[in-house]
Ligand binder design. Structure first.
Ligand code: UDP
Length: 325
């Protein structure tokens, strides 16, 4: 039996594939390589290049391989882009997810791990944000994940699907082999490190008039390896029933604090200037992850934001052109 990993050539998916293989699992990666990288796919995984809009291509994966469970990473993930291009998200992300779920249903596969997001919580009533917080998506991206979470509850109730919905706060950091390489890059830490590498002149801070201590957005950065580990634990626990978990370290860092941390680590001055807010952004997102800690024994190994940025810096120095190098 194998685990099907959609988006297994992408940033978080490729790290999860590495961990699954280290845990002795067989893995089939399904990825259209539009954002993912062939070089990021573990050599022991089977790569099927295909698109989730193509039902026949997904059905063929279930016919050709004995799939026991699915981890669904493949998705568009840019908050700002989703505000500009809502149909890509409210249409594309949802339609692709549904195609996959229907193909799973037809193939009789009942285990599903879903990549969800902190952008479900645009108006938190309390911090840190626990699983009981009301879902009020902050952008079409967050809404696409909220819709799929709703769909999952129905498939659990009507089809016996067992799923875990993992709401990522801010994935960051790298392993020795695998790191963050988006085209175009729009995430804070890789952008800041590109400035340190001399590939960009400066970093724009998207707004400094938020209700936070220094006026810039506060995020909970979680190491991609710790995030991937949660997927492996969630998969093992699926027989207990479906669940949702918020995943972060429980501490918040502002955009300015991240830039300052990167200055200290890289020794580069990293010029920054303030620009307008980015549509879809939420002022403060900090995860309450007690539920996954107590229920699954999840324990982040690299909770320190310094370690997270250091690991990303090592990867970017070794791969200045990302997977192109
Ligand atoms: N951000 C920024 N400048 C950039 C990119 C990001 O100020 O060039 C801010 C962004 O507004 C957010 C935080 O950095 O508050 C983290 O953004 P990122 O895109 O890395 O992750 P997100 O929070 O959207 O998942």
């Amino acid at each position: 039996m194998a685990i099907l990993v959609t988006g297994g050539a992408g940033y978080i998916g490729s790290v999860a594939v590495e961990q699954l293989i280290e845990a002795g699992e067989r893995v089939v990666v399904f990825d259209n390589l539009s954002q993912g990288h062939r070089a990021a796919v573990h050599e022991e995984a089977t790569l099927v290049v295909g698109d989730l809009v193509d039902r026949a291509a997904i059905d063929a994966v279930f016919e050709d391989h004995e799939i026991d469970a699915v981890m669904h990473f493949a998705s568009r993930t840019a908050v700002g882009e989703s505000v500009e291009k809502p149909f890509l998200y409210l249409g594309g992300n949802v339609a692709c997810g549904l195609n996959l779920l229907e193909a799973m249903h037809m193939a009789g596969v009942k285990k599903f791990i879903f990549s969800s997001t902190a952008n479900l919580f645009s108006n938190p009533e309390s911090l840190p944000i626990t699983e009981s917080e009301r879902i009020v998506p902050g952008s079409p991206y967050g809404e696409s994940k909220a819709i799929l979470e709703r769909i999952l509850t129905w498939l659990d109730a009507t089809q016996g699907l067992r799923y875990a919905s993992l709401r990522y706060f801010n994935a960051a950091g790298a392993t020795e082999r695998l790191g963050e390489d988006h085209e175009p890059e729009n995430h804070l830490i890789p952008l800041v490190l590109q400035v340190a590498l001399g590939q960009r002149d400066d970093i724009t801070i998207f707004g400094d008039d938020y209700p936070t201590p220094d006026g810039t957005c506060v995020r909970d950065y979680i190491h991609v390896v710790d995030l991937a580990q949660a997927h492996v634990l969630a998969l093992r626990a699926l027989e207990r029933g479906s669940c949702q978990y918020n995943l972060g370290n429980g501490s918040g860092f502002s955009v300015r604090e991240i830039i300052e941390t990167a200055r200290q680590i890289t020794g580069h001055p990293i010029p920054a200037h303030v620009g307008p807010r980015r549509d879809g952004d939420v002022a403060t997102l900090i995860a309450g992850s007690d539920k996954i800690r107590s229920e699954l024994g999840w324990q982040p190994q690299m909770p320190d934001v310094r370690q997270i940025v250091e690991s990303a810096w090592r990867w970017h120095q070794a791969h200045p052109d990302g997977y192109g190098s």
